[in-house]
Design a binder for this molecule. Structure first.
Ligand code: ZN
Ligand code: ZN
Ligand code: FE
Length: 762
């Protein structure tokens, strides 16, 4: 019996971090039991509160072992210990959750099914044999089923299911693997799957998996309700059905992701290096872009045409495991939507929006509250880097160097994400998509309100992009809150500062496609010097006339023709692509400067070089010309093109015209796309090093951040980092948040925090 004596001490330990819904309380319970301590553990809005009582040595031992003893999904970020007077008590208890106002606890991301559950899933003796919703404290859905916190069953979409006595017993037993596992369920009491036709009529409630697999084998398109939304699945070896899927989904050439039954199966198609294996098999299970092997075997070319990489992933829900094991081959698994629209999450919504795309639907009755697409990574320059940070990673915050006010940042237009900051945390949302359509815009608004509700945060400031036409800008300006406007590339710079917890001014090499400049031109090849508080434009790509603005983005041949006209005047060189396109009107636009905004975009320079050199002239998805130019690059030793740097009134100019002239001359001398690409990439590296040197000479700074979508280019990033390091620079690139516009909101939010902090001081 545990009673207070003179020797007894009592301590309160408040634990912060990812400590709810990850089996933290049972681990505390077991540790206290083992040490013979009394007291309790409970979830509160700040995380987990523990009170322990017993002999001093045991209490101290408890505190020391708390970290080591934590379950695999727990992340402890902060411990606060206070002494209390001993109480009379008998035992150690787990107390039901209380609600508090200030929410600082962290919600866990969704987690791939764990090895223990997988073993049970395929054990015919187990009561959850082949049950597609098997989960435990160490795995299963989290963020996507949570409506509010604390993370307890009544606040999740599992509240509609009452546990059967056996599930309840597991849930109540601190020694059980499913103790307080909120999504705990079994075939008797939990969610169910069924198959429906394209009209929503149920076609099977028995032998669901084998029926679904038969549809897939016979070349049908199956919509599968997953963790963060619906996927469209088809046989990846069947060119006919892949082509049909593309046509119906209006996705012409953008690569589709493939799910393999096992790592070994993926290895037959792709080269997978050890750090990639680690990420593929991690509990986040993102899509990883891996180099294809020469023999593609089972995956038809139509899955990722003209692309040397393939987006691959492994099964992460029990349902995936059941399907893939039975299908025993690679399946295309792509977000269920029309091109660039948000992923479907609701049964009725899916039946409505996927009408005409999916032939059959594999549905279930566990609701998804928050949609979350698959995350996408690529292993570039020695690190796994996110191109899309979503399922498995959100809502884990980016930890900041200091505490600060609550700020909401609404991101840009393409690859939109939003960001909420509080204390020393920045919560970057899941991938929302391109805010060019109504569906995405609705998801954008819903994500903002949901994240504010989940974190119980009221922002003091809303930060948005400088572009007046972005829907995110217009939404921000319509809110009854103070707003701050932030230039696009300044936000990119700030995102990289935040990720690396840098606070001093840096040299920012910010290269991307499009960002509105304060002078009204389209920026995108920017060398900035600055920090969160301010920036100056140190250098940029020479301004060029861009015929038709956005129309040029979809048609690199237009940019190429215009750049040639601005380089050679009326004496255009004789290049094959010029005769294939209607260039007369483009030349006229350039000559009269009609509808030709000025741009310093690096993305457009890639487009122009690609089209001139015989690469892609029209694109089917964002960045396609640049990606194909990069993938054409060979690695032989060649000289760079001319990379003149001119000193203008206020800033340096990186001269585009001499480069274009060199490209044309090289082509006339017989160079092919491979050589041009190689020389062009080398030119960019030399350019960046040269301009960084000039910036260091002028400012004394030697820290360089690299940001913007162009740094998704693996050849460029892998060459620039060591080239700058060799010259004594300290180089920082993104590895936690995307270098593309998916990371923009983080930078915006940090600039907003700095702005509020400086106002307070005045
Ligand atoms: Zn599990
Ligand atoms: Zn049950
Ligand atoms: Fe950008």
């Amino acid at each position: 019996m545990l009673v207070a004596t003179n020797q007894t001490i009592r301590r309160r330990i408040q634990v912060q971090g990812i400590v709810q819904g990850v089996g933290f309380r049972p681990s505390v319970y077991n540790l206290a039991e083992a040490l013979g301590l009394s007291g309790f553990v409970t979830n509160n809005a700040n995380g987990v509160e523990i009170q322990i009582q017993g002999p001093p040595a045991a209490v101290t031992g408890f505190a020391q072992r708390l970290h080591h003893n934590a379950p695999p999904l727990a992340v402890i970020t902060h411990l606060e210990t206070t002494n209390l007077p001993p109480e009379l008590e008998q035992s150690f208890r787990i107390i039901a959750s209380e609600r508090e106002s200030a929410v600082t606890t962290l919600v866990s991301p969704d987690v791939a099914v764990c090895p223990d559950c997988l073993k049970e899933l395929f054990d015919s003796e187990n009561r959850r044999y082949e049950y597609p919703f098997i989960n435990c404290t160490n795995c299963g859905p989290r963020y996507t089923i949570i409506e509010a916190i604390p993370y307890d069953r009544p606040y999740t979409s599992m509240r509609h299911f009452t546990m059967c006595p056996e599930c309840q017993r597991e849930y109540d037993d601190p020694r059980d693997r499913r103790f307080h596992a909120q999504p705990n369920a079994c075939p008797v009491c939990g969610p169910q799957v069924w198959l429906a036709d394209s009209w929503g009529a149920t076609v099977a409630r028995q032998n669901i998996i084998s029926s679904a697999v038969e549809y897939l084998q016979s070349g049908q398109i199956l919509a599968i309700k997953g963790l963060g939304g619906f996927h469209l699945a088809v046989d990846a070896s069947n060119e006919g059905v892949v082509t049909r899927l593309r046509k119906r989904k209006r996705r012409e050439e953008k690569p589709l992701a493939v799910m393999f039954p096992t790592l070994e199966a993926a290895r037959q198609i792709c080269q997978i290096r050890p750090p990639e294996v680690a990420l593929l098999t991690s509990r986040q299970t993102p899509i990883l872009l891996c180099p294809k092997k020469a023999r593609q075997g089972l995956v038809t070319e139509a899955v990722a045409p003209n692309n040397s990489r393939l987006g691959i992933m492994l099964p992460y829900t029990p349902l995936h495991h059941l399907i893939l094991k039975c299908f025993d081959g690679p399946l295309v698994m792509t977000s269920a939507n029309y091109s660039e629209e948000p992923i479907c999450i609701d049964n009725d919504e899916a039946l409505r929006r996927l009408q005409g795309i999916a032939d059959y639907f594999l549905l279930h009755n566990r609701e998804i509250y928050l949609r979350s697409d698959d995350s996408v990574f690529a292993y570039i320059a020695g690190k796994n880097r996110p191109l899309r940070r979503s399922r498995g990673f959100v809502p884990t915050p980016v930890f900041l160097d200091s505490t600060g006010p609550v700020v909401l940042a609404v991101g840009g237009e393409l690859k939109n994400t939003i960001c909420l900051t509080t204390q020393n945390r920045a919560f970057l949302s899941q991938h929302i998509g391109d805010l060019e359509n109504l569906e995405s815009y609705q998801v954008f608004r819903k994500t903002i309100s949901h994240l504010q509700k989940l974190l119980e945060l009221e922002p003091a400031l809303i930060v948005h992009d400088l572009h007046p036409d972005y829907l995110s800008t217009q939404w921000a300006q319509a809110q009854p809150l103070p707003t701050l406007t932030v230039q696009h590339h300044h936000a990119h710079l700030a995102a990289c500062l935040a990720e690396h917890q840098l606070i001093e001014p840096v040299i920012g090499i910010i290269l991307d496609g499009t960002g509105f400049g304060p002078d009204g031109s389209i920026w995108g090849g920017e060398i900035l010097v600055g920090d969160y508080a301010k920036y100056r434009r140190f250098a940029h790509l020479e301004n060029m006339l861009l015929p038709g603005g956005d129309a040029a983005i979809r048609a690199p041949w237009r940019t190429a023709a215009a750049y040639l006209a601005q380089t050679f005047g009326n004496q255009l060189p004789d290049l094959p692509f010029l005769s294939q396109w209607e260039i007369g009107p483009i030349l006229e636009m350039v000559r009269t400067k009609t509808n030709t905004p000025l741009t310093s975009s690096m993305g457009r320079l890639f487009d122009a070089v690609a089209a001139i050199a015989g690469g892609r002239c029209e694109i089917r998805y964002e960045g396609q010309a640049a990606i194909e130019l990069m993938q054409a690059c060979d690695s032989i030793e060649v000289p760079p093109f001319t990379f003149a740097v001119k000193s203008a009134a206020k800033e340096y100019l990186l001269c585009t015209r001499p480069l274009i002239r060199d490209v044309v001359h090289a082509l006339q001398d017989g160079a092919d796309l491979k050589i041009i690409s190689n020389r062009f990439h080398r030119t960019l590296v030399e350019w960046i090093v040269k301009i960084a040197n000039l910036a260091r000479r002028d400012t004394g700074l030697k820290q360089v951040v690299l940001s913007g979508g162009v740094f998704q280019n693996e050849i460029l990033l892998a060459a620039v980092i060591p080239a700058l390091a060799r010259k004594g620079f300290e180089v920082f690139a993104h590895a936690r948040v995307p270098t593309n516009d998916g990371g923009l909101a983080l930078g915006q939010a940090m600039i907003g925090r700095q702005y509020l902090n400086s106002q307070k001081k005045d």
